[in-house]
Write a protein of this length. Structure first.
Length: 249
């Protein structure tokens, strides 16, 4: 009887508890792993900020471009569109139109213009220097695309480097576990758990930072390619209109 009572009291004392929560893993991690986790968290936060801001930017562009193109194709003249250009501050198609229209005005006011009689006897400008207009359109389109692609490189960098940063933390965590085994001479769970926990946590945080960044980067790159196609199509349409109405054959 005495021996059974002794065993009953001794059993709880032999139990060893290991704190394995996420916060406990961070606290118990080595300084290098903690630093890597901070870097990954910062990358993730900045990436999400870019993702949200890009979503807002492209949504505004879509709405503004649709409204401007509707006004453009319903207008009776380029002058009528230019007079209302201030109503579309968020439209990059409108900015392309504005740059092209101003360049067209400069050509008309320069020595590249001449007067040619129409059927009703009036004189209208017939221009040369179409290359100047094409360059103005191409330059503005490139500027707008550069604005649309801004900060996407950060998403690409985060997506490509975060898994490797997490992997570095994984390697350090496993090395910590082996070091504990060597110093204690024991391979029990209580010895190896902290190092394994920080290794797995580092991997998880690295993937958490990388996956949304990669998905968002691919999504917004495809949106940018569509935007490029829309801008180039509008540039071609504007050039065709200008050729028919203002430039010499």
């Amino acid at each position: 009887m005495i021996s059974l009572i002794s065993i009953a009291y001794a059993a709880p004392a032999a139990k060893v508890g290991v704190k394995a929560g996420v916060w406990d893993s961070i606290i118990q991690a080595s300084f290098v792993v903690q630093l890597l986790l901070v870097v990954l968290i910062v990358l993730s936060v900045v990436s999400w900020g870019i993702i949200i801001s890009k979503r807002t930017q492209f949504k505004r562009l879509d709405l503004a471009n649709t409204a401007f193109l509707d006004r453009f194709w319903k207008a009776t003249s380029l002058e009528a569109v230019f007079e209302k250009i201030a109503e579309f501050p968020d439209s990059n198609v409108a900015r392309v139109f504005k740059a092209a229209y101003l360049e067209l005005q400069r050509i008309a006011e320069s020595s590249l213009s001449s007067k040619a009689p129409t059927e009703v006897g009036e004189a209208v400008p017939r221009l040369s220097g179409l290359d100047n207009l094409e360059r103005a359109l191409r330059k503005t389109v490139d500027t707008e695309l550069s604005s649309a692609e801004s900060r996407l490189n950060f998403l690409a960098t985060t997506g490509s480097t975060s898994p490797f940063i997490g992997l570095l933390g994984t390697v350090i965590g496993i090395m910590t576990s082996f070091s504990q085994i060597a110093s204690t001479g024991s391979a029990s769970l209580a010895v190896v758990a902290p190092g394994i926990a920080e290794a797995l946590l580092s991997t998880a945080v690295g993937l958490f930072a990388a996956i949304p960044a990669v998905v968002a980067y691919n999504f917004y790159i495809s949106r940018t390619r569509k935007l490029e196609m829309d801008l180039n199509n509008f540039s071609s349409d504007f050039l065709n209109i200008a050729k028919r109405n203002f430039f010499k054959e």
